[in-house]
Ligand binder design. Structure first.
Ligand code: AGP
Length: 608
């Protein structure tokens, strides 16, 4: 949720650290800070608000330093003000720490430290850890961190520096991602590769329970129990272009427009036209084992959960496998019935969402095989699931997920076709679906050409206070996702509903001020959805319809219609969501909202 960067090497640390946390700002942006180690001790600067506020304070900074840590914060403990911003220091101001995660027993630790005479200055759990490291310090910084962490319950990704140990960063991880970026005569610590990608693409992923001692020429990794670990360097293939805006006003718009490419990447090498069986190499399951599966459970949060719900419709109808979709935060505490014939799909863009990870581990503890549908290569879910499929959508920086969603749905359609072909699905049907899948990226391109039309519709409704999104069958989850996009970035209250459920309650809300977005495609429930539209119109509600190209009836019955190309019915969400993403985007821009970094949100939610 927050972002961490650390640097040791020959260069000036401040610009490297600021650039790094700016690249991570999408992860948390309520306050920021930096600690530089100079000849006369630690130089700590912190600011409430975005990183630009921190930069203002550093304008006249002349500190020479080639060693430091920095942080961009998404508050969990303590108000997002300057005092509570990271880095936090111990009382003597010799030790500074940046931290992602939550120290759950910080109150107990605080009482212990206060009883020992320590004065705690802030409301944060992190300062308590800084003080605890000071309390444990006997001349060796790694050992002090190790000793302190044995007292800690909760999650952390930390980077620690001390004025007594120039050119050294101690990094440790439990539940919050952390990597070492390996350079030549310089090394980095970061919570996300995008922070360091312009300096190095060689990284070492820390695992839970590991501590690294990082110096300019070396890094040593041990476990908290002091067992030596042999690090493995991995090369990251993401390019710098992928994490920059490339001429678009916002990352979200860039990512919406990237979807033809990201969808092509999701299917590249995976379509087998002859046998109608997608090739998915990372599953680690043989065809025989896939045939044995009796039930699929899908777990995820937010947008990824919406993609999972689409997966449920696909899997039950096309593969004829009973399927349930559960919010990860519920699954982990619900005592679900796990059995060995259940396969768990774990869907996550970041691969680091705390609830999703915990739900996956809970299922694994019951012997359930887990498959990760993950975008971020090397993320915790990607590494700890039993098998999986990468989305290959490239870095998603906009907090509102767009391209990851369509790639998730695409991968679910491939998995469904594979599982269907392992059962009753005929080779012809498999081939037919794969032919339709192949055309999806071009069809997304066609829809993106309607951007101006969608922008004009946004101009009519951007002042609305509420929106309703309706869809049926496999397009009901698209209604949920359309509503989620709008509320996340425009702060307009929006609800997604199964179209027929409207008459059981939400219809009371309809009047001339209520825009209703209806996905009304030419499918078996078309006539029923048209009746729902009539119900809205007869109460003066304004209808924006997403309809199938060639539908000549609908235009007279709604206020606006956006046409999408025809495809296989169960693939329609891959197309129907595109206008809804653009609509949310334009409305948010017209309302002057911060599209890429909406208030109160963070890109990856690594706390419970
Ligand atoms: C999407 O727009 C959201 N920002 C959010 O709901 C997100 O999808 C959710 O937090 C899950 O994230 P993940 O896919 O990285 O696990």
């Amino acid at each position: 949720m927050c972002g961490i960067v650390g640097y040791v090497g020959p260069q000036q640390a401040e610009p490297i650290l600021l650039k790094g946390i700016k690249r991570l700002e999408y992860r948390g942006y309520d306050s920021a800070g930096i600690a530089l180690l100079a000849d006369n001790g630690l130089y700590v600067t912190k600011a409430a608000g975005k990183i630009v506020e921190l930069e203002k304070l550093l304008v006249h900074n002349t500190t020479e330093s080639s060693h430091g840590i920095a942080h961009t914060r998404w508050a969990t403990h303590g108000e997002p003000n300057q005092l509570n911003a990271h880095p936090h220091t111990d009382t003597t101001e010799d030790i500074a720490i940046v931290h992602n995660g939550i120290i759950e027993n910080y109150r107990t630790l605080k009482s212990f430290l206060v009883a020992k005479g320590y004065q705690i200055k802030t409301d944060t759990d992190t300062e308590v850890l800084a003080q605890l490291i000071r309390f444990s310090y006997k001349g060796d910084l790694t050992e002090a961190v190790r000793e302190a962490l044995t007292q800690v319950e909760g999650t952390y990704g930390i980077a620690v520096i001390s004025s007594a140990h120039p050119n050294m960063i101690i990094a440790a991880r439990m539940g919050s991602p952390l990597i070492i970026g390996v350079g030549n005569g310089e090394n980095f610590v970061a919570s996300d590769v995008s922070a360091i990608l312009d300096s190095t693409n060689r990284v070492v992923y820390l695992d839970d329970g590991e501590i690294a001692t990082v110096t300019p020429d070396d890094y040593k990794i041990t476990t908290i129990q002091n067992v030596k670990i042999s690090p493995q360097i991995e090369e990251i293939s993401w390019s710098l272009d992928e994490i920059e805006k490339g001429g678009f006003d916002h990352f979200m718009l860039k990512e919406i427009y990237e979807q033809p490419t990201t969808l092509r990447n999701a299917i590249r090498g995976r379509l087998n036209f002859e046998e109608g069986i997608p090739r998915l190499n990372g599953l680690n399951l043989q065809y025989e084992e896939l045939r044995e599966i009796k039930r699929i459970l899908i777990t995820a949060c937010g947008t990824s959960w919406n993609a999972g719900l689409i997966g449920e419709y696909m899997l039950e109808e096309m593969a004829r496998i009973p399927c349930e979709v559960e919010y990860a935060s519920e699954l982990r505490y619900r005592s679900p019935i796990f059995d060995l014939k259940t396969l768990l799909f774990v869907i996550s863009q970041s691969g680091e969402t705390a609830d999703t990870l915990a739900a996956m581990r809970e299922a694994q503890n019951h012997g359930v095989t887990t498959l990760g549908l993950v975008n971020v290569v090397g993320s915790t879910i990607a590494r700890q699931s039993d098998g999986g499929v990468y989305l290959h959508a490239g870095p998603e920086i906009g907090v509102a997920s767009t391209k990851a969603f369509t790639s998730q749905v695409m991968i679910l359609s491939l998995l469904t076709t594979l599982l269907g072909r392992m059962r009753q699905m005929s080779v012809q049907t498999g081939q037919e679906i794969i032919e339709y899948i192949k055309d999806i990226p071009n069809q997304v391109e066609e829809i993106l050409e309607k951007n101006e039309q969608i922008k004009n519709i946004a101009a009519e409704y951007y002042k609305a206070d509420n929106f309703l999104y309706l869809g049926r069958g496999i397009n009901f989850p698209v209604a949920l996702e359309g509503a989620l996009k709008l509320k996340e970035i425009s702060y307009i209250h929006a609800e997604g509903y199964p179209a027929a459920e409207m008459k059981h309650g939400p219809i009371a809300l309809i009047d001339e001020n209520m825009p209703v977005v209806v996905i009304a495609l030419k499918d078996p429930v078309y006539d029923k959805v048209m009746s729902n539209i009539a119900e809205v119109r007869s109460r003066n509600g304004k209808v924006i319809a997403i309809a199938t190209e060639g539908d000549t009836e609908i235009a007279d019955k709604v206020n606006h219609v956006i046409y999408i190309p025809k495809t296989y019915r169960l693939l329609t969400p891959l197309l129907s969501i595109i206008p809804l993403q653009l609509l949310a985007y334009h409305i948010a821009v017209m309302r002057g909202c911060h599209v890429d970094q909406p208030r109160n949100l963070a890109k990856s939610v690594t706390v419970e």
